[in-house]
Ligand binder design. Structure first.
Ligand code: RFL
Ligand code: PHB
Length: 403
């Protein structure tokens, strides 16, 4: 990054301006810096705030490989928990293993998004790439001309001139809004329920469990040997205060088959939050110099654990495109970015929507709908072809040349 003062406004210059310092923005920054491509990250929140967010917990094997390749695999490989499959239970009695190792040769890793973000922040500060926190009023300008970003930090208006802008600022960010409405098409589905998530310092179940039950969906996940993450489907109108720890544990256990529910070790919650569920895609993912990555371009409901993994595969495609541009002077990968990323996005959107529809109780659902949900799960259990297809999708759609 270079700095000049042409007018009253300080003017910074870089090759790639990255809006948002979540996992997408920080991984892109790290990968570009390692190729010698100059970049600056502009983040709305403080570093502490970003690192305190509790979100995803499951990494596809491709994501594991990409993080290793970026040089941030050491703690993940030491503390993450490798799983060869995940379990599904339904109607309080049936169970099935989605055996991703058997059907795809791939495992997945339970390793919290907050740890991934911490690892990325540590690596980016080590190589001294600038990450500007607490910036406000970020605006994108002249996306098809002399692209630049303006923002305010510590009360000072600044301008960042750049070749490219990576919009990694999540669903509520500003980057997507900078694409003219005449060019943009949005697709959205909002689900009529939420997930109440609880973190507790208790030993988790050995496996991940996705649970369909007439009382609603439940999920058992994990962060470490002494940190469990659980979720129950709840009305979107509920507030966290409506859910005492006792009510949460009783509801969670009631949704599992009794022999599995009775193995859940309960304890005080250390975090509790309610997340809405949404499917969303914007097209195209590129406009002029702007490339959208991760939640800025698409949202999946968390059933299937795909949001962070999709964000990382977008970053991979964009990193390769930008590297080709700067090192080989060719834009063939950048020109295909939106098309290639959206192909994987839509397949993953379909899978996440399907897992959500199969495992949740919907308000308008009839007893017929409930029985056909169970029949669909029974059909998968009875068919090796169906199990292999499910395992392929849970393990993650292929990304050209990664992991
Ligand atoms: P993020 O993480 O939202 O980061 C965006 C960053 O941009 C900043 N920002 C701005 N900065 C500057 N100017 C502005 N105007 C800005 N506006 C916003 C924000 O402060 C933030 O730091 O997006 P990113 O990097 O694309 O990462 C996406 C993932 O966070 C997300 O997809 C996952 O968390 C989704 N997700 C899961 N994904 C998985 O792959 N596996 C899982 O197991 C999984 N579980 C989950 C999840 C998401 C959940 N919630 C809460 C939505 C479980 C839950 C409950
Ligand atoms: C999590 O561990 O937070 C988690 C795991 C699997 C999911 C969603 C969230 O599908």
């Amino acid at each position: 990054m270079t700095q000049t003062h042409k007018t009253q406004t300080p003017v910074l210059k870089t090759q790639v301006a990255i809006i948002g310092g979540g996992p997408s923005g920080m991984l892109l920054s790290l990968l570009l810096s390692k190729e010698g491509i100059d970049n600056v990250v502009l983040e709305r929140s403080s570093r502490d705030h970003v690192l305190a967010r509790i979100r995803a917990g499951v990494l596809e094997w491709g994501s594991v490989e990409l993080l290793r390749r970026a040089g941030v695999g050491a703690r993940m490989d030491r503390d993450g928990h490798v799983h060869n499959g995940t379990r599904v239970a339904w109607q309080g009695e049936h169970t099935m293993l989605i055996d991703s190792k058997k059907w795809t040769g791939k495992s997945f890793m339970a390793y919290g998004q907050s740890y991934v973000t911490e690892d990325l922040y540590a690596a980016v500060s080590e190589i001294e790439t600038p990450v500007l926190h607490d910036v406000s009023d970020v605006q994108l300008h002249e996306l098809t001309g002399a692209s630049h970003v303006t923002f305010v930090q510590d009360g000072v208006a600044q301008r960042l001139d750049c070749d490219f802008i990576a919009g990694c600022d999540g669903f509520h960010g500003v980057s997507r809004q900078a694409i003219p409405a005449s060019v943009q098409k949005n697709y959205e589905k909002v689900y009529p329920f939420g997930w109440l998530g609880v973190l507790s310092e208790t030993p988790p179940l050995p496996d991940l469990w996705y649970v369909q039950h007439e009382r609603g969906f439940a999920l058992a996940s994990q962060r470490s040997a002494m940190l469990s993450r659980y979720y129950v489907q709840c009305p979107i109108t509920d507030r966290v205060e409506d859910w005492s720890d006792e009510r949460f544990w009783n509801e969670l256990i009631a949704r599992f088959p009794p022999e599995i529910g009775s193995a859940i070790i309960t304890g005080p919650s250390i975090e509790k939050s309610i997340a809405p569920l949404r499917s969303f895609v914007t097209e195209p993912m590129r406009y002029g110099a702007l490339f959208l990555c991760g939640d800025a371009a698409h949202i999946v409901p968390p059933t299937g654990a795909k949001g962070l993994n999709l964000a990382l595969s977008d970053v991979y495609y964009l990193w390769r495109g930008l590297t080709q541009h700067y090192q080989q002077g060719s834009d063939t990968l950048l020109d295909r970015y939106s098309e290639v990323a959206l192909d994987r996005v839509w397949k993953t959107e379909r899978f996440s929507w399907w897992m959500t529809s199969l495992l949740h109780v919907f308000p308008e659902q009839s007893s017929f709908d409930h029985r056909t949900q169970a029949a669909e799960l029974n059909s998968i259990l009875a068919s090796e072809h169906a199990q292999a297809w499910l395992a392929e999708q849970y393990a993650g759609f292929p990304v050209e040349d990664w992991g």
